[in-house]
Design a protein around this ligand. Structure first.
Ligand code: ADP
Length: 493
């Protein structure tokens, strides 16, 4: 297969800026594509919260003129390098010189999000033109950059630099579609004949993701199971018919995980290191975790960890409804790390005072604590209503922290159900989305901990042996890129 020129346009990427799994993917995929011989560039917005000095950004280009539908706007471009990959940052005081990525401190969407990300996407394409980088593939991620495939087909089809580029759109979470007032449509410059139901129009509003799905030469999501689920009304969030229209141009690729950052053998953030061959360090991590969260320090009580955005998707309201009952009926401890929905923040933030020694929590975003919880817990709970891929359960497997998950999306793809007859499996799955089901699944895990320790050990080893590395995922993306190129050529250009 020939080497490709690939540009990744995204709203977040590790290590620069992260709110969720999207950043992990955009941070890791490029380096693995590069290892396969491809020439990859990454383009991100320059948010105020990106640390200029720490990441050694330097000015690249100023000004960059960007045509929007009804105006020309200006920005500057900064650059950095990550594992040999050029990373560009679009700077616009008007749009990105604020702390949050998508919402303010009260979790309210910024009113100008459609303009911010429409502008960013156009600026990214313009940057390719101005630097003479003619990509074979423009890879867009989620609604924020979903207009890239549309711009390629409606603006750049005849362009010497971008005219030959095929587009791939990755849907990391179909619940976030970027639906905004049609009053922004002129600014975005998408042409009114495309404001129709199978492209951008959605009940009189603009739907970024829907338009991107229509125009992209290939669309994928982040697990095979979620690809199947999103083709149905229950999980498609209104877009199932449009995904089905794509036929086999819509597929699922399970995310890899970055074992450079998430391996207990080498993790610099955790209190002690361990491996499948020698798990003794895990006990030290458990003790340190219990101490740090002011739990009763006792190696024999199972600790269940939660690290999550606190949003409805994650099903933690179901856990909230039953956690008191669990603490009264089971000998168990919980450690919860998360931020998001204010009522859940209040609830989980208040639990340690109500159940001292039994429940610890930290409300906020804290990478180090996320690593501590993965390393020091015995189980990891994810009762998600839906889960496109889910990374935390995959990290948990590697740290020998058995996942307790609802069998949906990528959770179902990555966790193998425990078999009580022989101790096989890597975690505990339940199907019903209810607090009862969460209660019983946790009870099953806790009783296994106390009553079947041999099975626990067997499962921990099976879990730590699982391999969801990026090498496999990068090869799958490479195939999707070639299919996108073929699909574009079949369209005649
Ligand atoms: P999503 O992308 O839906 O948030 P994933 O499981 O795919 O869910 O990825 C979540 C990522 O964000 C993981 O790397 C997880 O460790 C991290 N994360 C989520 N919330 C927090 C938090 N409060 N503090 C630290 N890391 C967090």
């Amino acid at each position: 297969m020939r080497n490709l020129k690939i540009v990744q346009i995204a709203s977040e990427a590790v290590p620069y800026i992260k709110t969720g799994g999207l950043a992990d993917v955009v941070g890791a995929l490029p380096k693995h594509l590069r290892l396969l011989g491809h020439d990859v560039r990454v383009i991100l917005p320059r948010y105020a919260s990106i640390d200029y000095n720490r990441f050694q950004l330097h000015p690249l280009l100023s000004p960059l003129g960007v045509w929007m539908g009804n105006s020309e706007e200006w920005c500057a471009v900064h650059a950095a390098e990550l594992d040999g990959i050029p990373v560009y940052f679009i700077e616009s005081n008007q749009y990105f010189n604020r702390y949050g990525l998508y919402h303010d401190t009260e979790f309210r969407d910024y009113q100008d999000n459609p303009r911010r990300f429409g502008f960013f996407t156009r600026a990214a394409l313009q940057l390719c033109r101005d630097t003479g980088f003619a990509p074979d593939i423009v890879h867009a991620h989620d609604w924020q950059t979903a207009l890239a495939p549309a711009y390629l087909k409606t603006w750049h089809w005849n362009d010497t630099i971008l005219g030959a580029a095929a587009s791939v759109l990755t849907v990391h979470n179909i619940a976030y579609q970027g639906v905004y007032s049609a009053s922004h449509y002129d600014y975005l410059g998408l042409q009114w004949e495309n404001f129709v139901a199978d492209k951008f129009e959605d009940n009189g509003r603009i739907n970024f993701l829907k338009g991107g799905i229509f125009y992209a030469d290939m669309v994928n999501t982040v697990s095979p199971n979620y690809a199947r689920e999103t083709r149905t009304p229950e999980f498609g969030h209104g877009l199932a018919p449009y995904l089905n229209n794509k036929g086999d141009h819509y597929t699922g690729i399970l995310n890899g995980v970055d074992y450079d950052h998430w391996s207990p053998e080498s993790d610099p953030l955790i209190p002690a290191r361990f491996s499948a061959a020698d798990t003794s360090g895990k006990l030290a991590c458990k003790q340190a975790l219990q101490e740090r969260f002011l739990l009763d320090v006792d190696p024999d009580i199972p600790v269940i960890g939660v690290v999550s955005r606190l949003v409805a998707q994650k099903g933690l309201d179901l856990f909230a409804q039953t956690v008191e009952e669990m603490v009264s009926n089971m000998r168990v401890q919980f450690v919860i790390l998360g931020a998001g929905d204010k009522s859940l923040e209040w609830f989980f933030g208040g639990l340690p005072a109500r159940f001292p020694g039994r429940i610890g929590s930290y409300i906020g975003y804290n990478d180090e604590l996320a690593h501590w919880i993965e390393a020091g817990s015995d189980f990891f709970l994810m009762p998600s209503r839906f889960e496109p891929c889910g990374l935390n359960q995959i990290y948990s497997l590697r740290y020998g922290t058995l996942p307790i998950v609802r069998a949906t999306g990528g959770l179902d793809d990555t966790v193998v159900q425990y078999n009580e007859a022989n101790g096989s499996g890597t975690g505990f799955k339940f199907w019903e989305s209810s607090s009862r089901a969460v209660y019983y699944a946790v009870g099953w895990a806790v009783s296994t901990y106390y009553d079947r320790p041999v099975h626990m050990q067997k499962m921990i080893h099976s879990a730590m042996d699982m391999d969801y590395s990026w090498e496999r995922a990068a090869l799958a993306y490479e195939e999707v890129y070639h299919r996108a190129i073929a699909n574009k050529q079949a369209l005649g250009g």
